[in-house]
Design a protein around this ligand. Sequence first.
Ligand SMILES: [Zn+2]
Ligand SMILES: [Zn+2]
Length: 354
Amino acid sequence: MGTAFLTCTAVPYYLWRFGVDWFQVSMFLGFFIATGLSITLGYHRLFAHKAFEARSPVRLLTLLFGAAAFENSVMAWVSDHRRHHKHVDSDNDPYDISKGFWHAHIGWILFRLEPEPPWDNITDLRRDRLVVLQEQYYVLIAVTVGFVVPMILGYLHAGWLGALGGLLLAGVARVVAVQHMTFFINSLCHTLGRQPYSDRCSARDSALMAIFTFGEGYHNYHHEFQHDYRNGVKWWQWDPTKWTIWTLAKLGLASDLRRVTEEKVLLFQLVEVRRRLEERLACQVSPLSTRTRQLLQDSRTKLHQLGDRWTVLKAEYAEKTDVQIVHARAALAEIRAEIRLAFELLDQASAMPA
Ligand SMILES: [Zn+2]
Ligand SMILES: [Zn+2]
């Protein structure tokens, strides 16, 4: 509340009165990226989901800068997040979207009526010495890295006025920006976007959200495959967190990157698109035109055929001769094209008047 208040009052006043230089802008961006990535790469994918293994320098840095995001210690954060995945959209989900957008965004923190449940889901973290130290000195680390360091850097650059700028911009305003980036994952990523992998829960994929959240916007994928180190699973999807983890692995600082196989991802999409086709065909409320119905039925037949063929190919693939692998690749490409077509058909059918 304090940082939000200062960001709306003291920050604009400072900018109006003293302006801003390249140093303050770079420091704001540097701290935004360092603390934001420490949450997505460190708190989220590394500590909460164990999507990869990281060497101590990576764990140490993400714990230091993660604390400076002022989103609580990693133990508290991970405990909440694991409950979110386990009980998504229900009462035991700390940021349950069914209680409303505001509750999922920030209400759950501001108006926490019930006592916090016991941290009984983080036994693995309790064995990590660095995590235990962060828990003990959380406030000291958060204040030092998040506020004191930008002040010192600002002072070295331009004296006391620079220190004040560092505190207000790279400190206070940056905390607000990173916090809302994270909160949007709990609110907007459960509200806006598509559900290509499953409608089992409210999580959605949104390319727009991915831009503001270091790649965490592909949240429908993430809820289906939470242990994958990628959230934007396609090569072209904007996911700087995934690229950073990949780079760390190349530098020998990360290992054991967990990924779901491409075929499994495609099969999930296939099942989901089939389900939606059936639903659309069975829909009595808005009758479809004969042409749309025909198109959807054709698509359904093709998808079923492809699904059956894929089962056969998968069995052959297990034996892994070169010819079969080439076959399987071709089938994957075919399924991918067919899924894309079926999605387009569904979109067209939804847009058409009854
Ligand atoms: Zn979620
Ligand atoms: Zn997660």
